[in-house]
Design a protein around this ligand. Sequence first.
Ligand SMILES: *Cc1c(COP(=O)(O)O)cnc(C)c1O
Length: 473
Amino acid sequence: MATDLFRSIPSVDRLLQHLEQDASLTGIPRTLIKELVNAYLEEIRNAIRRGSVENEHELEPRALLPDLTLYIRKRSRPRFRRVLNATGVVVHTNLGRSLLAQEAVEAMKTACTGYSNLEFDLETGQRGSRYDLVQDLLCELSGAEAALVVNNNAAAVLLVLNTLAQGGEVIVSRGELVEIGGSFRIPEVMERSGAVLREVGATNRTHPADYERAIGPETAALLKAHTSNYRIVGFHKEVDASELAAIAKDRDLPVIEDLGSGNLLRFPGALGQEEPTVQDTVAKGVSVICFSGDKLLGGPQAGIILGKERYIRRIQANPLNRALRIDKMTLAALESTLRLYKDPEAAQEKIPTLEMICASESSLRNRAAGLARKIRKTLGKKFRVETAKGTSRVGGGASPTLALPTHLVRLIPRGDAPDLETLRRRLLDTNPPLVGRVEDDALCLDPRTLRRLEAKDLVAALQQAVHNGGNHT
Ligand SMILES: *Cc1c(COP(=O)(O)O)cnc(C)c1O
């Protein structure tokens, strides 16, 4: 019986002939299609061995082709894919952090489709410096004397410490020995930089005198790190950057502050109170400040270093800087993002991260209602669809305890709809995949982190997940 079934498997060539007419496979190299057909037939043989193929009609090309086409499309698509973020976490590190403003996207395109003055001075026709392209803007916006950009903020911290403190001691409060996701820990970066960590204070309280007592001939710098992803509450004291600057000044030591997120805009409400602006930190007299380009700033991945000219020049001259350097597309996106900040209102409208964080509750309520209507229209039989108040998060290690009020769409499966866990899993395999939150027996979708044009894609993803197990490309 099984032997007959094996004989009924169509030949690779026959299947290829059918597939040639399939427009949905256009652009996929023939050799790859052939490879995948072979792999698919191997799976069919295994299915026969397992006894899960019952008769030869199941093996006719007509019967196999829909599944085979899907199999090929799925395995030949890029691994890097767009995802719908309905989690309500704006700076979602796992989903790519910040989306760029249209202006920044255009600038990137220009930078990579033609030659540019990346390291070419258009006034003299001589060699120029890539760092000059954003330094003036950064200084103008922050009030700092000098600025430098590198690949990301982790690189910035490493480079700053290596330049200013290699072989010396860096004094840090025990309450600020931060670990952020992806294995970045202040003590470990410090060790790699060649500096020796000198911890002071207690986990919950550190006083100016703790720093003063620790300063000695070995001291190279004082470091402050923003407690990005946690808060110490209760009986708590930290030493403000301005106090540290005063302590360091008499002894001619640099004060370094790792701001983590780092925003140029003062946010309204509680977020504005929790997240100091870069300008505030510069004004406190901190010698060197560093922060990410793709967290609250809403730009590309980058590490921005700014502060006193004498320190920035040394950091720029460090040979390690060359290994951590920023690329031209990032520079282009960063410059155009920063240019938007010259008009704070325009920045808030055009930079997606800012627009999402600042979205008003009433607009979120309207968007949730609109989304719920669309979902009800196409999938009303499968789910009870309701809207409810909920919370979004800033993410990216900014204000970890702050909840932004939002309105959620809640889907509660009913009838023969897949259960929540199945639905969640299937949605990871739709085109595009959709990531939401499963909370209180419902799939919750937060409109805050969805682009307006994505509503249609979201409904399509839900449909795919419900109707064909998400088996869609
Ligand atoms: C996010 C963060 C970093 C690392 O920044 P990347 O740009 O992700 O490299 C370093 N320090 C703090 C305090 C952070 O919050």
